[in-house]
Design a protein around this ligand. Structure first.
Ligand SMILES: *Cc1c(COP(=O)(O)O)cnc(C)c1O
Length: 337
């Protein structure tokens, strides 16, 4: 990768923020675990970064805590407001409780019930508004203006991006041998921006591959257009990544640090949830299985063999009663499983 001096400075700025992020006051260092059956099936070594094992069952606690802990005393006293599809919401709720900050969280009406309960059980005020994330976002921004609370973006914020980037810091420490690519699920692009900035600064030969749902492929659209575009509509099966426009801060990094973006279907996600279950005996939510679905798609398309590929297993917040649907689709797409 040939970076301009300006780009190199941007990456260095993020690397410093990532190294200084105090996320372990609340987040845990998660395992980087070999997926034996998947590795065998695909002829490549597949490693899963188990972010589903975080206290809120997704990596979002990292960025949320890193953002909230760095607010000024005055901002902490006035409280925060955020919009989230549900996982950032739980991260903010837990971080806010830990830091004694009052939190108001706006989520779309379509948010799975267990994510809403996850927010309320952590003492935050949950407001349900709009049919998908973009509507909840507009409402939350308006609330911030009217109430003087600080708006905390789920992805479009340097401190949030740096918090998510600590995932990459762990991966490079946990796996010091050859590493071909890291597959990262993409919603608003905060996670992939943090990971890409850290990895491209230290190990530029490692490929960063974004994976999006074909129903919310906003990074793919932005990279093709050369600018951030707004998708006319988004599908919400992979509710954690149902975002219509990639964040500005994240795109600034992604436009030169992301090597490729793969898009996958809902059926590929269901099959990947089963693959992860077979290897780990744990269940991921649809967004959490994006990276594994992306690896399968990539290996089938490129014929890659003998490579070491990391998938971020990003979250486990799925309603128990949707498992029937997932199992049914995974069985139907048996050829893919
Ligand atoms: C938020 C989220 C993502 C995507 O992260 P972005 O920073 O929005 O790109 C992926 N998986 C899960 C489970 C998430 O909650």
């Amino acid at each position: 990768m040939n970076c301009t001096t300006e780009q190199q400075t941007l990456l260095e700025h993020y690397v410093k923020k990532i190294l200084a992020a105090p996320v372990y006051e609340l987040a845990v260092r998660t395992p980087l675990q070999p997926a034996h059956a998947l590795s065998e099936m695909l002829g490549n070594q597949i490693l899963l970064k188990r972010e589903d094992l975080q206290p809120t069952f997704s990596f979002k606690i990292r960025g949320a805590y890193n953002k909230l802990v760095q607010l000024s005393d005055a901002q902490k006293a006035s409280g925060v407001v955020t919009a989230s599809a549900g996982n950032h919401a739980q991260g903010v709720a837990l971080a806010a409780r830990e830091l004694g900050i009052d939190a108001c969280i706006v989520m779309p009406c379509t948010t799975p019930q267990l994510k809403v309960l996850g927010v309320r059980s952590r003492g935050a005020d949950a407001v349900l508004h709009g049919e998908s994330f973009p509507f909840a976002l507009a409402y939350a921004l308006d609330l911030a203006r009217k109430t003087g609370r600080t708006f905390v973006s789920p992805f479009d914020d340097p401190d949030v991006i740096a918090g998510q980037g600590t995932v990459a810091m762990e991966i490079l420490r946990q796996h010091q041998g050859p590493l071909d690519a890291i597959f990262v699920p993409v919603g608003g692009g905060g996670l992939i921006a943090g990971i890409a900035a850290y990895v491209k600064y230290l190990r530029p030969e490692v490929r960063i591959i974004g994976v999006e749902s074909e129903h919310s492929a906003c990074l793919h659209a932005a990279l093709q257009a050369g600018e951030r575009v707004v998708l006319p509509s988004v599908g919400t099966f992979a509710d954690g990544v149902a975002v219509a426009q990639v964040g500005a801060y994240g795109f600034e990094v992604c436009r030169f640090c992301v090597d490729e973006v793969v898009t996958v279907s809902n059926d590929e996600l269901c099959a990947a949830i089963k693959n992860i279950y077979d290897d780990t005996r744990s269940i991921t939510e649809p967004s959490g299985a994006l990276a594994v679905a992306g690896i399968k798609n990539y290996v089938a398309r490129t014929g890659a063999v003998g490579q070491t590929l990391v998938a971020i297993d990003s979250g486990a917040n799925i309603n128990f009663d949707s498992l029937g649907y997932v199992a049914e689709r995974a069985a139907l797409s048996g050829a893919l499983a």
